[in-house]
Design a protein around this ligand. Structure first.
Ligand code: TXA
Ligand code: MG
Length: 298
């Protein structure tokens, strides 16, 4: 795996690689993604293969502006435009009716396409330099933990990438909020740190194909508990009792920003189990609870 600082030269090479149908490790403000030319079916199929991901799970297309997003969709409801204006660039993905420019491989055959404008200078520079809409699922093996630094990209995925652009630690730290904008009102398919006050998708309702009960998992089994015992490995909100306990901030934005990096770190120590002390249950922790429950497999 080749990790490069995002110099003008590296960006130019990465953009040429995207246009040539290759894959690039791209930093965003949420997590690192496997970037490809979203308009190139072969590049998109290579993305699925690199992740070991079933081809029925559609990709998010990353663009630089609302104008660019408009070119990929066949409709943009007023409420969705409001969301885009409020949150872009940022961790907010809008699912909209697909335009004919987007190949079916990118959307896994769906008539909708997920789009967002990432809030990361390196991602925006790569989009601009390549002149292509960029599909980017999280840069982990299917069901694995998303990387929030270049070093946390697993070699099995990293080795499929032409290069990884090093954009430092991801600020948000968990994946974007995904909002279905194809109905009368917005419906949250995947909660994220851009929290909007709408109903969440009920199981079997307008579902996202990527909503598997188990997801975002470290290799060691993860369990949510009331509190950690003196010998346990895991995440606490209190004073750690041994070196394999890591204290995370008791405020959700800072907690989310460090969560995956901490799980990657603990996972590398191969503990029999990773225990996570239950965080508060208030609404501002909802996206974190979503990821913890999925990591636990419940
Ligand atoms: O923060 C993020 O969203 C990161 C960064 C790299 O942008 N990307 C990411 O992509 O998390 P991925 O592929 O790991 O997750 C995308 C989610 C999946 O749950 C997928 O099913 C859903 O978005 N999705 C994509 N297109 C969709 C569509 N047309 N309709 C419904 N859900 C869709
Ligand atoms: Mg993912």
């Amino acid at each position: 795996m080749r990790i490069e600082q995002p110099t003008d030269e590296a960006l130019k090479e990465a953009a040429a690689a995207i246009r040539a149908g290759r894959l690039i490790g791209m930093p965003t403000e949420t997590v690192y993604g496997v970037a490809a030319d979203a308009s190139n079916p072969e590049a998109v199929l290579a993305t699925f293969e690199a992740k070991g991901r079933p081809a029925e799970n559609p990709l998010i297309v990353h663009v630089a502006s609302i104008e660019d997003a408009r070119r990929l969709v066949s409709g943009f409801p007023a409420y969705a435009l409001t969301l885009a204006e409020m949150y872009w660039p940022g961790p907010m993905t809008l699912v909209l009716p697909k335009g004919p420019q987007v190949p079916p491989e990118t959307t896994a055959g769906l008539e909708t396409v997920a789009v967002r404008v990432p809030d990361h200078p390196v991602a925006l520079r790569l989009i601009a330099a390549s002149g292509r809409p960029i599909s980017a699922p999280s840069a982990n093996r299917f069901m694995g933990l998303s990387p929030t630094s270049a070093e946390d990209i697993e070699p099995s995925v990293g080795d499929r990438l032409h290069m990884v652009l090093d954009g430092g630690r991801c600020r948000v730290g968990i994946e974007s909020t995904v909002v279905d904008c194809t109905g009368d009102r917005p419906l949250v398919l995947r909660p994220g740190m851009a929290a909007i006050a709408t109903e969440a998708a009920a199981p079997s309702d307008r579902r996202s194909p990527g909503m598997y009960p188990r997801h975002y998992s470290p290799r060691s089994p993860l369990r949510i508990v009331e509190s950690l015992g003196a010998r346990d490995a895991g995440i606490t909100l209190k004073v750690p009792q041994n070196p394999l306990q890591i204290r995370l901030p008791s405020e959700p934005v800072a907690y989310a920003s460090e969560l995956y990096a901490t799980l990657h770190l603990l996972d590398r120590c191969k503990p029999p189990e990773i225990l996570v002390e239950a965080p508060p249950t208030s609404q501002d922790w909802a996206a974190i609870w979503d990821r913890l429950r999925k990591a636990q497999g419940s």
